[in-house]
Design a protein around this ligand. Structure first.
Ligand code: PGA
Length: 249
């Protein structure tokens, strides 16, 4: 499986800034694109700008969230058909900031995953425990609940990516150790085996949480870590391009 490097720009970058960064990423990583799958997830406002920069380069475009209804009176929301028409391939769903700051529940996230699949978008379903849950020994229970509920009602052939992002490692500079990440990824893979016995090895499982050029190598060397979802280090072409270069090796 090709490694996947996904950039989550979060609520950062105006249109001109997004255009520059996308241009710098594209020009820096073109030679690695045959061996790494790159996804850029800008804020909604910059989707079409980034789409026009990356055009037919092979870099995929993702949104950071979506509403499960296709249209309607949901002020401030954005739907799957809208994302598709902006050129999206992927959509991050259930990011921990959505779960914890915007109170998204497992059932809302499950609806969004289903809606994304229905519209032909590939969901990047984020799962992961808080620091407190880890300290209480609940990591596997929480991650299992997130995965089971996020995948409920999907068919084995539905194209989906899972991102394990321990909440305590996001934006904190505290990366999970390769062993901590490996153990949870192995648990997710085993869980997938019980849900999708025919396809469990084809579902990419990304790691996210303070991924940087100096720690990505040992993370990607672990079995079942198929790539990374990167926040802070994706906001500078220098560091994101370096991550792609390392993942291409
Ligand atoms: P971070 O964010 O790389 O800044 O920790 C990761 C994410 O939130 O997806």
């Amino acid at each position: 499986m090709k490694k996947i490097l996904a950039a989550n720009w979060k609520m950062n970058l105006t249109n001109p800034e997004a255009q520059h960064l996308a241009q710098d990423v594209l020009s820096g990583v073109q030679t690695f694109l045959p061996s790494v799958q790159v996804v850029i997830c800008p804020p909604y406002t910059a989707l079409t700008t980034v789409r026009s920069v990356i055009a037919a380069s092979g870099i995929r475009l993702g949104a950071q969230n979506m509403h499960h209804e296709p249209a309607g009176a949901f002020t401030g929301e954005c739907s799957g058909p809208m994302l598709l028409s902006a050129g999206c391939d992927d959509v991050i769903i259930g990011h921990s900031e959505r779960r914890h700051i915007f109170n998204e529940t497992d059932s809302m996230i499950a609806l969004k995953v289903k809606a994304a699949i229905r519209e032909g978008l590939r969901p990047i379903l984020c799962v992961g425990e808080t620091g407190q849950e880890r300290d209480q020994g609940l990591t596997f229970n929480i991650v299992e609940r997130h995965v089971r509920s996020g995948l409920s009602g999907l068919s084995p052939e539905d194209d989906i990516v899972i991102a394990y992002e321990p909440v305590w490692a996001i934006g904190t500079g505290r990366t999970a150790t390769p062993e901590q990440a490996r153990d949870v990824h192995a648990m997710i893979r085993n869980l997938l085996k019980t849900i999708y016995p025919e396809r469990y090895q084809m579902v990419p499982i990304l790691y996210g949480g303070s991924v940087k050029p100096d720690n990505i190598g040992e993370l990607l060397a672990q079995p079942d870590i198929d790539g990374a979802l990167v926040g802070g280090a994706s906001l500078k072409a220098e560091s994101f391009n370096r991550l792609i270069e390392i993942a291409a090796k």
